[in-house]
Design a protein around this ligand. Structure first.
Ligand SMILES: *[C@@H]1O[C@H](CO)[C@@H](O)[C@H](O)[C@H]1NC(C)=O
Ligand SMILES: *[C@@H]1O[C@H](CO)[C@@H](O)[C@H](O)[C@H]1NC(C)=O
Length: 623
């Protein structure tokens, strides 16, 4: 404690001492100071948890809030308001059912497959109260990938939303074989092997669960697993420790959120943004959140007005959809003062301000599993974050030169990476250290290792490869440029190129597939495209491929464009060459190879003609 306080005092004194003279006229000085003070205050609390081995977790905070503000609305869902007490008692019931039946014990992992609804939170908290780790499954994941998820997080129980049970139909036998117990959030089930939770919750006690079940002595204890698309095949379970949960839950608070705020959560809870930052952040400040089953652009402002929303969570696409809505009267008449999210492009950002008023947009950068985060606390358009001398003392990150053609960081004669100068684009690497540990992925050391670079600037150092190309400008603003490597983003989801390539490779007529993302004007992220080589003596079959893709890949991961090639170009290190393919895009008049387009209307891959191309680029045809 003393150590950390000394450290804090020194830093704060440092800020006032060294910087005050030279930077007083700097426009962001005070904003930086206030922001840093919050970061440091939070950091000091984490240090204290470490020293005393007593962690006050996000769940502890929730239980505390439920005692202090029991009647305050915590979640509003489809017009119904659930207070802090409601959610607390209901989660106690979940805990008591599982405890009584003796099916889980402290330290077990339970998988959760649910759409957004208050019971997602009740089950999550209920199991956490028993000391279980909860694994959030992406509801888009298809059967083959879903089975794999159980192996990597070691879950023996699955709780599935009532509306999603039918999607499990074809894998229920396999789950049984693996002796995974399936529970549904219903009172009855048509599948005899599936157990029901709601009926048992009716008679279960709502009394508090003893606090020692959930107690933890380490910030590094696994708290949750959140599945992210893998860069090496199937989805990966990112390990979420209490440290990450606590950091994320401080997001709204760091941006100035208070208990009077009403937070709008339209993003899926199985992602860290909605669960850790949204739900965690709401309860941290004792506010209310409006939880949506699904985002709806036409309902967004109606909801905001009805519930007096003050903060909303976004991804870049969402703001673009809002800007694409027809103009209406009184678009600036609302109480929304802040948006918190990631991926807002400059042009959309400006348009958003023009249409809907001066809402402070707070960009937040940080991957689910990453160990670095940036916050654009001054609201500068186009930036994802802001750094300075002191921030760099806390988060050791660097931007290094990247070789686009080889698809790897540039290494000099000594074998080390080189930092880029300010204003130049580089790959963001963040150092793995005691204060910024990297927890990686559950069930696979190999996957964790793949995210790491060693001997970056000196022998023996270790950095996490974020896979993001960023720029830091002269004024210390950090902006996102592009993603490199094996993933791209589309419709707010990460798409793992190798996973898609693997699925394509299952087709008998495909010899090899190289998957990448191409930019499409008027769309966020990159649309999936695959370059494929057709096996000798086989014919390309657009119908067969369409059916295969439809059954095995979630919609955001389906390649919209195909390019038939004779041979695959490789990089010097025998990886598939993607850069040139990405650069050449999908314009049929510029590419001599046959191109195909995934056509929903005819349920087939059809030749990509100039007409189709034009209708896509002009925005007539929506993707
Ligand atoms: C929203 O604010 C208005 C005016 O302050 C108030 O009359 C109304 O009851 C509020 N609505 C909700 C759902 O709190
Ligand atoms: C095709 O249909 C799916 C739903 O089945 C949808 O998610 C997807 O966006 C559509 N794709 C295109 C290119 O229209």
């Amino acid at each position: 404690m003393l150590v950390s306080l000394g450290w804090v005092t020194a830093l704060v004194a440092g800020i006032f001492g060294i910087h005050i003279g030279q930077k007083l006229c700097f426009p962001y000085f005070w904003k930086d100071v206030f922001y840093l003070a919050k970061v440091i205050r939070y950091g000091a609390r984490m240090e204290m948890y470490k020293i005393t081995s007593k962690v006050f977790t996000v769940l502890d905070r929730f239980v505390q809030q439920a005692a202090q503000i029991p009647n305050k609305a915590f979640i509003i869902y489809e017009g119904v308001s659930y207070t802090y007490r409601d959610i607390d008692e209901r989660s106690n019931k979940v805990a008591h059912v599982f405890e009584k039946l003796g099916t889980v014990k402290k330290g077990d992992t339970v998988a959760l497959l649910m759409n957004n609804e208050p019971d997602f939170v009740c089950v999550w908290f209920g199991l956490s109260k028993l000391g279980c780790s909860v694994a959030f499954l992406n509801t888009n994941i298809k059967s083959r990938s879903l089975l794999h998820c159980f192996n990597c997080c070691g879950a023996k129980i699955l709780v599935v939303g009532k509306d999603l049970l039918d999607t499990l139909q074809d894998i229920l036998p396999s789950l049984q074989e693996d002796s995974i117990q399936v529970w549904t959030m219903g009172k009855e089930s048509s599948h005899p092997e599936v157990r029901t939770l709601l009926d048992k919750m009716e008679w279960a006690s709502e009394q508090p669960v003893p606090a020692e079940y959930r107690a933890t002595t380490s910030l590094k204890a696994h708290n949750l697993y959140i599945f992210t698309s893998g860069t090496t095949g199937l989805p990966k379970a990112a390990v979420i420790t209490h440290l990450q949960s606590l950091k994320a839950a401080a997001g709204f608070w760091a941006y100035g959120g208070t208990c009077d705020d009403v937070v709008y959560i339209p993003l899926p809870l199985y992602h860290s943004a909605a669960s850790l930052i949204g739900i965690g952040g709401t309860l941290h400040i004792g506010a209310t959140c409006v939880l949506k089953k699904k985002f709806s652009a036409s309902h967004f402002w109606i909801d905001c007005k009805e519930y007096n929303v003050t903060i909303f969570q976004y991804i870049g696409e969402l703001c673009r959809y809002l800007c694409n809505q027809p103009k209406a009267e009184g678009e600036k008449e609302h109480k929304v003062r802040m948006g918190v999210g990631n991926g807002l492009r400059q042009d959309v950002w400006r348009e958003f301000h023009r249409r809907f008023g001066e809402i402070r947009m707070c960009e937040l950068y940080g991957s689910t599993e990453g160990n670095v985060c940036f916050m654009n606390h001054v609201g500068k358009i186009g930036a994802v974050g802001r750094s300075n001398f002191f921030y760099k003392l806390i988060f050791k990150y660097d931007l290094v030169k990247y070789d686009m053609v080889k698809d790897e960081p540039f290494r000099n004669k000594q074998g080390f990476c080189e930092r880029v100068r300010k204003g130049q684009t580089g790959l963001l690497l963040s150092k793995v250290s005691a204060r910024t540990p990297f927890f990686g992925y559950a069930g696979s050391k190999q996957l964790t290792e793949k995210k790491l670079f060693h001997d970056v600037f000196e022998k023996g150092d270790t950095y996490v490869n974020t896979g993001d190309l960023m720029v830091e400008d002269q004024k210390d603003f950090i902006s996102f440029r592009d993603r490199v490597g094996d993933t791209f983003r589309w419709k707010g989801e990460n798409v793992a190129t190798t996973e898609v390539a693997e699925i394509l490779g299952l087709m008998d007529f495909i010899q090899e597939a190289n998957v990448y993302g191409v930019e499409v004007p008027g769309n966020e992220g990159r649309a999936g495209m695959a370059s494929v080589i057709v096996r000798p003596d086989y014919e390309f079959d657009g119908k067969k491929l369409f059916d295969h893709i439809l059954s095995d890949l979630p919609s955001y991961a389906r390649p919209l464009f195909l390019r038939i090639q004779e041979s695959m170009e490789m990089t010097g290190t025998f990886k598939q060459q993607k850069f040139r393919l990405v650069e050449s895009g999908f314009n049929p008049s510029a590419i001599s190879d046959p191109l195909y387009f995934l056509d929903n209307a005819t349920k087939c891959y059809i030749p990509l003609t100039d007409t189709i191309y034009d209708s896509i680029v002009s925005g007539q045809r929506k993707l």
